[in-house]
Write a protein that binds this ligand. Structure first.
Ligand SMILES: Nc1ncnc2c1ncn2[C@@H]1O[C@H](COP(=O)(O)OP(=O)(O)OP(=O)(O)O)[C@@H](O)[C@H]1O
Ligand SMILES: [Mg+2]
Length: 312
């Protein structure tokens, strides 16, 4: 089976997740290439703190979107938390300072830095930052190479937690306002606008019409157990997983060593199939004899994943 049924959907964000080292970057890069070659304006984003898009595309990628050399319609971006924070400050810093300086007499940077540390703000803004690239109309599709599993789940839960966090803020503010006899309420307006922003982000990322989550795993005990847990957690967040890529599958062993590994993999592939096969498309990606680096190699992986070439 292949990823080709994704072609018929009009998802705006394809998230690739899974534990460390299973092939998230490889499969997300091959998928981004697939859609760029098909003419969709595609942006691949990595939110991993040690991203490897530069290595796989053999192009220097940075915290602002850059085109991938030699591929039309494909840009890439490695998210840098400092850059996300810089944008947050540029967008909200003045507002925050104006509101808070009525209460405390502190320098601009101290106030803004302090508020920026509130739980969830950074993650919420990162999601919003990703969303911005869709909203501003520059891209038809974002392929998101996420950081290893747990972080992504936490991230998806954060806008909601952020909203809950903000819920108490107006009450606190109103008490303070009374004490300080403040007449203006810009702070309440900021809180309201943040709540709205966080709600929009939550709505977008929890809507299956916008987002497809593609799970990547390997046919080994840790891969099988962890993917089961992550899939269950995602479902709790309202994101059903429809695609499971099983990577590093040995298909044509030509020595005892590989035969042994193939025998080791077989029951795990069976387990994945038994557990998820009825509601997910399982795509087997063979262990290749070369490292997947550069556009030509990625095209080979793309061919396998989408069924337009190679073996399946
Ligand atoms: N099917 C495959 N055959 C051969 N090599 C592969 C295959 N899939 C991935 N690799 C290689 O395995 C390594 C890890 O893959 P990749 O970087 O895509 O994993 P990842 O899940 O993004 O890792 P991390 O969690 O560290 O970001 C890379 O060197 C890649 O070239
Ligand atoms: Mg990676």
């Amino acid at each position: 089976m292949t990823l080709s049924s994704l072609d018929q959907t009009n998802k705006r964000v394809l998230m690739f997740g899974g534990k460390g080292g299973v092939g998230k970057t490889t499969t997300s890069a091959a998928t981004a290439l697939h859609y760029a070659l098909a003419g969709r304006r595609t942006l691949i984003i990595s939110s991993d703190l040690t991203p490897s898009l530069s290595d796989i595309f053999e192009t220097q990628i940075g915290p602002t979107e850059r085109s991938v050399s030699g591929v039309e319609n494909l840009d890439a971006l490695e998210i840098d938390p400092d850059e996300v924070m810089r944008r947050w400050k540029a967008r909200f810093g003045a507002q925050v300072y104006q509101a808070a300086s009525a209460l405390v007499d502190l320098p601009y940077d101290e106030i803004v830095d302090y508020v920026a540390m509130a739980p969830g703000i950074q993650e919420e803004f990162m999601l919003d930052y990703i969303l911005e690239h869709i909203r501003d109309g520059h891209y038809d599709l974002i392929v998101w190479d996420t950081a290893p599993a747990g972080d992504t789940l936490r991230l998806l839960g954060l806008p909601q937690r952020f909203i809950e966090h903000l819920r108490v803020a107006p009450r606190v503010y109103l008490e303070v306002q009374d004490t300080f006899k403040l007449s203006q309420t810009p702070f309440l307006e900021i809180i309201e606008s943040w709540k709205e922003l966080a709600q929009q982000t939550t709505d977008f990322f929890s809507d299956p019409a916008n987002v497809e989550f593609i799970m990547v795993t390997i046919p080994e005990a840790l891969g099988v157990y962890q993917s089961g847990r992550v899939i269950a957690d995602l479902e709790k967040h309202g994101l059903d997983v429809h695609y499971l890529i099983v990577n590093d599958v040995i298909v044509a062993p030509d020595c005892g060593f590989h035969q042994q590994r193939m025998d080791m993999q077989r029951p795990y592939i069976q387990m994945l199939d038994d557990e998820h096969g009825d509601r997910m498309t399982l795509i087997k990606l063979p262990l290749l004899p070369y490292e997947v680096k550069g556009v030509e190699r990625l095209k080979e992986v793309e061919g396998i994943l989408f069924g337009s070439g190679g073996s399946s």
